[in-house]
Design a protein around this ligand. Structure first.
Ligand SMILES: C[S@@+](CC[C@H](N)C(=O)[O-])C[C@H]1O[C@@H](n2cnc3c(N)ncnc32)[C@H](O)[C@@H]1O
Length: 364
């Protein structure tokens, strides 16, 4: 990875995710609606682990064993990263040269730090300090590209994996919005992290302002440094806040889309429910909600997740994984007030969940 503008990735091949349907035509009666008698999906208890999963969990609670398993997984990822042009050490050095600490000083919100939700202040992705530390923020882009490098071809890892998945996700958004994509005025990137998703939203919504919102000041600082270096900040504003607070902290009242990429699996159910409700409150009528996430029903994801050791190790780095994997996400989206439209596969393991905020007049 030479010192370039961020990481150069090959262009993906276009995909047709489904027959082209306009957003208006796609607006059909909800695919799932809440039954007033049943508990909300988000309030259902997370199922307890089965005997095999519980046994693996017990074994992984032995600290030295867990540390060994996590560090050999990280080592494997670093080696794979280097082999595909996403060298972790080089990327870290590159980010450091951009002085992200100066960006942090500018964007950090003391009010947000005071009100950090307890569920967020825990270890994630094998970083003791979770998402709020420099190591996690400096590794985030290369780690993501490496994890996604085998999405479309398990034998031949490539930078194209992440790019292709996001391209498919954004194509799905375009398929629904058609011409409206160019008219969008403001799009919120919930959990923008170091800006991978933000870059794709800038390309997709060529005239919109993008609000990159995240609870980690370190992740946002790296996003700000990288995007500024690439001359991409003209339409981006960085908001250091909890997504639950969106209606209060996002100053715009012309939000045409809320996009949440790879965040839901990092949230306990209650928080995800609050974020869906916050997005609903913030958005304009008819606005689009697009969520990119692991699809537990996708065969490739199912195969991986049915391996108890893999799932146990994954769970050890993602504390709320089971909250997400056992949640009926379309139902939770509907219960927050949205009209759920469709789920489209965007990689062998991920799906786009598409919904919109109905007009008040739709209810009359
Ligand atoms: C896996 S990263 C996803 C990054 C990016 N959207 C992407 O597609 O690559 C998840 C991000 O969500 C952020 N996050 C988690 N909970 C949040 C919350 N309640 N409010 C705002 N951001 C949150 C984390 O700090 C982290 O940066």
């Amino acid at each position: 990875m030479a010192h370039m503008a961020w990481i150069r990735v090959p262009a993906p091949t276009p995909v047709v995710t489904a027959s082209s349907a306009s957003w208006q035509r796609a607006r059909r009666p909800p695919l799932c609606s809440a039954s007033p008698l049943s508990k909300r999906a988000i309030d259902e208890p997370v199922p307890t682990l089965g005997p095999v999963a519980a046994a693996v969990n017990r074994v992984l609670q032995l600290k030295p064993l867990l540390q060994r398993a996590q560090s050999s997984a990280t080592e494997m990822m670093r080696t794979r990263g280097s082999s595909i042009g996403a060298d972790w050490a080089e990327h870290k050095a590159y980010v450091e040269r951009l002085a992200p600490e100066q960006h942090l000083e500018r964007l950090v919100q003391s009010d947000t730090l005071r009100r950090l939700p307890q569920y967020y202040n825990v270890s994630f992705h094998a970083y003791q300090a979770g998402n709020r530390c420099w190591s996690a923020a400096m590794d985030a882009d290369v780690a993501t590209l490496t994890v996604h490098s085998t999405l479309f071809d398990e034998e031949n890892p490539s930078l194209l994996g992440d790019e292709q998945m996001r391209f498919n996700f954004c194509s799905t958004i375009c398929m629904y919005l058609e011409d409206e994509v160019d008219d969008a005025r403001c799009v919120v990137d919930v959990g923008a992290s170091t800006g991978l998703s933000t870059r794709h939203l800038l390309r997709t919504f060529s005239n919109a302002d993008i609000v990159a919102l995240d609870l980690s000041e370190h992740m946002l600082a790296v996003a700000s440094a990288l995007l500024e270096h690439d001359g991409l900040t003209e339409r981006v504003s960085f908001v250091h806040a909890a997504a639950e607070d969106m209606p209060r902290v996002v100053q715009r009242r012309d939000v045409d889309a809320v996009v949440m990429s790879l965040v839901a699996h990092e949230l306990p159910r209650g928080a995800l429910g609050q974020i869906l409700e916050a997005a609903f409150e913030l958005m304009e009528e008819d606005a689009l909600l697009a969520i990119l996430e692991i699809d537990p029903d996708a065969p490739a994801a199912g195969r991986l997740l049915s391996n108890p050791f893999f799932r146990g190790l994954f769970r050890s780095t993602e504390p709320y994984l089971d909250d997400y994997l056992t949640l009926d996400l379309p139902r939770a989206i509907s219960e927050a007030g949205f009209t759920f439209v469709a789920k489209h596969g965007v990689s062998p393991r991920h799906a786009a969940f598409i919904a919109y905020k109905p007009r008040a007049s739709d209810h009359t």
